[in-house]
Write a protein that binds this ligand. Sequence first.
Ligand SMILES: Nc1ncnc2c1ncn2[C@@H]1O[C@H](COP(=O)(O)OP(=O)(O)OP(=O)(O)O)[C@@H](O)[C@H]1O
Ligand SMILES: [Mg+2]
Length: 389
Amino acid sequence: MSAPRHDPDQHRGAARVAMVGAGQLARMTHQAAVDLDVELRVLATSPDEPAVLAGAPHRFGGPGDWEALSAFVAGADVVTFDHELVPPSLLRRLEELCVPVRPAPDALVFAQDKLHARRALGEAGYPVPAFAPVEGRDDVLGFAAGHGWPVVLKARRGGYDGRGVTVLAAAAEVPGDLGTDGDGGPAWLVEAHLDLAAELAVLVARRPSGDAVAYPVVQTTQVAGICRHLVSPPELPPATLRRAEELALEVVETIGATGVCAVELFVTSAGAVLVNEVALRPHNSGHATIEANLTSQFHQHLRAVLDWPLGPTDLVAPAAAMVNLITPDASVHPAANLPAALAVPGARVHLYAKASRPGRKVGHVSALGPSATEALALASEAAAILLAR
Ligand SMILES: Nc1ncnc2c1ncn2[C@@H]1O[C@H](COP(=O)(O)OP(=O)(O)OP(=O)(O)O)[C@@H](O)[C@H]1O
Ligand SMILES: [Mg+2]
């Protein structure tokens, strides 16, 4: 007797997850979903997005398109996100469809609105940079009169990778056209420019039940507001790292986030640890977890939003590093340099199938090592080969 044939139409995976967005985060979540036989589908805006090119089941539609969103989430066990672009009003309507939205709209607003996040975390007693809302030029001038120059001007919504963040050195640099946003509230905030000794990030995964785990702290290095590379563990006093982890776990609890969250922190030259911002999804600062930690952030995000047991987060080597592949312009083709980069022993290359453009993140390289310095040297060597003309 022949074995019964498996009917692919009858196949039911371990769970059904709808992820809004189809960028590199969705692409890497798709890889994790394959491992767990989770049926992940993504909402894409174009056929050339990274998750679509990786073969993730998809539908097309914009994050602000209610018809597309509601059809997309039908039949899913949970809806989650690879970006912060779904308007809060539509997030609330999604909840009314009785599909769990994780993280929930009240939590997501912390990632969508920098002014809300600063105010709410400041009022909850967390250390945050001195800041003020901005509805016009005078608000910036008034803040600088009290705190001194330079100041940092930030778009309240929509900024990423340093877009929407400008350091202003003097009154003459303050733009004249700072207005209110669509809701009539301030569209900007201004904050004190801190003298930074280091920037840290702590990934936290949290289940709807409240169970949460933190990953080992990473130290990120930004150039022009965009993360260039990171190492873990940072060479900083253990008390600083403990404080960062403690703050991250508390912040995520306060926000009530579910899934993976990244908490970005500033360490000032005076040694104070302040909360910068939160991302409520897998994050660039967690990319090294694919190779460097017992549970990658992408597996962990699926586990957390599905309310499944969380995995251990320990580093699997003494140290790890990750270097972002940021293309200077369209003349650089990392894929063409891939075989040469793979000749670097231990370099783990990830390409996102994105076209090269000035300042665009098109992939990353991770490496493990006996020390952060050695891991970073290895990842940097492969990254330089990938970015060669
Ligand atoms: N108050 C500040 N003082 C000094 N440097 C700052 C300050 N705020 C931001 N920066 C620098 O600018 C970078 C980008 O700022 P921030 O993280 O607020 O915005 P972002 O562009 O939205 O970031 P992301 O891409 O992580 O979402 C920080 O990582 C830091 O290097
Ligand atoms: Mg940031």
